[in-house]
Write a protein that binds this ligand. Structure first.
Ligand SMILES: [Cu+2]
Length: 352
């Protein structure tokens, strides 16, 4: 009897210990907008799918807002960006051949949609219109027609190896080594005219993407930090190389219940300018076609939730995040961030 009792106690303690394992917690995965944040145990696989919707509206120049009028009055560009929607769908597979290493393949599919406005009366002046029609044009808006361009297709596929440096019951540190392949098109065109850099689906370059992630877990609270560098290794076939990108993430998650956690995340992004240029992209047409306007910094704030049900959907994870910019600075006129929405699903299983 005494033995049974102590045996039961040991079993109970063991199960508490098991359920206390970091990866089993609802906040065991970082907020859904963070990639390469966790590893798996030997023999485990995970499938994931994310939809990311990014919305940009208006123009920012340095750290100031800029109107369409201001852009046309202070430059020779013929087009001004109005709105851009970028939707990225990302399918991912993770596999852990050992407890130390997890490999990840990420396959993005990108859809871009950009609306813009052409310079109106100014262009008729350039065309040598008479004084009369110039005066008539003066009464009208100085902005002309609105038009839109879109591009969609496969983006740049990434392959990464995640190495667990250490994991205790309440802490985890891992490094990631990523290689991004130039599988996305960097030659998207409309009516024979090459689209501007932000409208391209890929960078055209092989990229090295190392990163480091630390997470810590308290009873009901967890937090983490991540830093990632994205470095293009070669100049692409079109004659340019995207600038280095630096990404820093800090987040905290609070477990509301065993199945639900809420998170707050700060993201810092710095992007250096494109070096070189694609001769087929007209750098005088619009700001986004000029490599001088491709660098900048962004600070954003995200809030979201992780859901890891214990019911018939056990093993699945669903999560979302909504982000807004808190500060953005740009090298030259660029589109201004409006909001980001991320929705994701993950399912892990043990491979036999
Ligand atoms: Cu995973």
């Amino acid at each position: 009897m005494q033995f049974t009792k102590s045996f039961c106690l040991i079993l109970t303690l063991m199960s508490i210990n098991l359920s206390a394992h970091i990866s089993d917690r609802v906040d065991g995965h970082a907020p859904i907008g963070v990639m390469a944040d966790h590893t798996h145990n030997k023999g485990e696989m995970m499938a994931s799918y994310r939809i990311m919707q990014m919305d940009m509206e208006g123009i920012i120049n340095g750290s100031d807002d800029m109107s369409t009028e201001e852009l046309f009055n202070n430059s020779n560009y013929m087009m001004a960006p109005v709105n851009m929607k970028m939707m990225m769908q990302m399918a991912g597979i993770m596999y852990a051949p050992s407890d130390d290493w997890t490999f990840v393949v990420m396959i993005p599919y990108t859809s871009n949609d950009m609306s813009m406005q052409s310079k109106g009366s100014m262009s008729s002046m350039d065309m040598g219109m008479s004084m009369d029609s110039m005066d008539m044009n003066h009464g009208m808006s100085s902005s002309g027609a609105t038009m839109s361009r879109d591009s969609n297709g496969l983006g740049d596929i990434s392959l990464s190896g995640l190495r667990k440096l250490f994991e205790t019951e309440d802490e985890r540190l891992l490094v990631s080594l990523g290689l991004v392949l130039p599988t996305g098109s960097e030659t998207e065109s409309f009516n024979g005219t090459r689209l501007a850099y932000p409208m391209q689906l890929g960078t055209g370059s092989f990229r090295f993407k190392p990163g480091i992630t630390y997470s810590a877990y308290e009873e009901e609270f967890s937090y983490g930090a991540q830093a990632i560098v994205d470095h293009a290794l070669n100049t692409n076939d079109q004659g340019y190389k995207v600038g280095d990108k630096y990404l820093v993430n800090l987040w905290g998650s609070y477990t509301l219940t065993e199945e639900l956690s809420a998170s707050l995340r700060y993201e810092y992004q710095k992007k250096n300018r494109i070096s070189g240029m694609d001769e087929q992209i007209n750098s005088m047409m619009m700001p986004a076609g000029n490599p001088a306007n491709s660098g900048g910094e962004k600070h954003s704030l995200f809030t979201g939730m992780n859901y890891k049900p214990n019911n018939f959907l056990k093993g699945h994870r669903v999560a979302f995040e909504i982000g807004i910019p808190i500060k953005q600075t740009s090298d030259g006129p660029q589109m201004k961030d409006n909001y980001i929405f991320v929705l994701g699903w993950q399912k892990a299983w043990k491979q036999n």
